[in-house]
Write a protein that binds this ligand. Structure first.
Ligand code: NAD
Length: 362
């Protein structure tokens, strides 16, 4: 059995609590001989700033490059908000995505049948939703230059950012999205604003060109404003959505609410050859340290890691199956609590998933 090195970056707020639950599964799988994981822990975000003065220490980057995969909790919190922009915890996260060239962000929004009534939308709208949002992650307006805030001659200030995409950047994300669509329902919707933004006019042209190599995939295009509306009007129309960094950031958070709780949604950020897995939620400072955070998004991120980086699809299926069984048992952290279900905390939820995972091997 090949040993896989996993770098854990717990980060801030609820990060250490939820990563500990994921680690419990990984340690158990190794102890039982079902896998061979070697775990390392590193610093990122506010925790890294506090210890080293840098939200992304060089040591973390070196270890991430050596690992087979990285699992991150979350970064940020009010404690670090007064800091200058360059050393804020969030710069650590953007920084690691950039240095590892993690250009492809997969954000599934799948409604678990057991949680369909936890969504703020009607059951008949969300039931059966299973969308994969493919977000470009290392370019676009969050990284484009020039950027800044300057004072003009008349004394007024002017803030500006640049939305920039090159052909090769669009080609590689489009290719990833088409490949994923081939493994799913073979439907791809590319979201842009080609009617007013030249950079996304290029986006549309290149996506169409890449699509010529994937004739089996039904490609459609949608403007982002319409996509935002269609996502809550009829989410089942979507299979795979591919879009730019900022549009994907916003649409994937919107899609998360179809599923009931942000605490359920994993993500993968893929490059070549590096990859980082993390729940889509933040550090939830309002509940940090109270033992009530939902660890399932992080545990499901481990399943994505097994599938996309570690080539262990059987383990991915087992972990997802274990989460399903725990939901069937009616166990819920407070964020997904419904009448008739049983409230548990972070550790008890992790223990229940571990028990269900262990059963899957017996
Ligand atoms: P958030 O996702 O941390 O929290 C939003 C709401 O969802 C809160 O009410 C929180 O309690 C709840 N929530 C989030 N995760 C949960 C979980 N696992 N279980 C139960 N409830 C959960 O977003 P925010 O409040 O806007 O941001 C808080 C901090 O996190 C900020 O500093 C922000 O910059 C940072 N942030 C980090 C990431 C990341 O690390 N990837 C992403 C988003 C926000």
């Amino acid at each position: 059995m090949t040993r896989k090195t996993i770098l854990l970056l717990p980060g801030d707020g609820i990060g250490p609590e939820i990563v500990a639950e994921a680690r419990k599964l990984l340690d158990w799988l190794t102890a039982q001989g079902h896998a061979s994981f070697y775990m390392e822990e590193g610093l990122i975000g506010g925790a890294a700033y506090d210890q080293t003065g840098n939200p992304l220490p060089e040591e973390t980057v070196i270890r991430a490059r050596q690992a087979d995969a990285v699992l991150l909790g979350a970064v940020g919190g009010p404690k670090w908000e007064p800091l200058p922009y360059e050393v804020r915890p969030e710069r650590g996260l953007l920084g690691i995505r950039k240095v590892l060239d993690l250009y492809c962000n997969l954000r599934p929004a799948k409604v678990f049948p057991q949680l369909v009534d936890a969504s703020t939308l009607k059951r008949e709208v969300v039931d059966g939703t299973d969308i994969m949002v493919v977000r470009e992650l290392s370019s676009g307006i969050y990284f484009g230059n020039p950027r800044g805030v300057e004072t003009m001659d008349n004394g007024e200030k002017r803030g500006f950012n640049t939305l920039v995409y090159t052909t090769s950047e669009i080609e590689r994300i489009a290719k990833s999205a088409f490949q994923l669509a081939m493994l799913r329902q073979k439907k791809l919707c590319s979201v842009d604003k080609a009617n007013v933004l030249e950079s996304t006019e290029l986006w549309r042209e290149v996506v169409i060109e890449v699509g010529k190599s994937f004739p089996e995939v039904a490609l459609s295009h949608m403007y982002v404003d319409n996509a935002a509306m269609q996502l809550i009007r009829n989410p089942r129309q979507f299979d795979v959505i591919v879009t730019t960094n900022m549009f994907g950031d916003i649409l994937s958070d919107e899609a998360s609410m179809l599923t009931g709780s942000i605490g359920m949604l994993p993500s993968a950020s893929l490059g070549e050859p590096f990859a980082l897995y993390e729940p889509i939620h933040g550090s939830a400072p309002d509940i940090a340290g109270r033992g009530v955070a939902n660890p399932l998004a992080t545990i499901l991120s481990v399943a994505m890691m097994c599938r996309h980086s570690l080539r262990l699809p059987d383990l991915a299926d087992r972990i997802e199956g274990a989460v399903n069984r725990v939901l069937d048992q009616g166990l819920r952290t407070p964020d997904i609590l419904q009448p008739g279900t049983q409230q548990v905390g972070t550790v008890a939820m992790g223990d229940a998933v571990l028990a269900a995972l262990s059963e899957s091997f017996s």
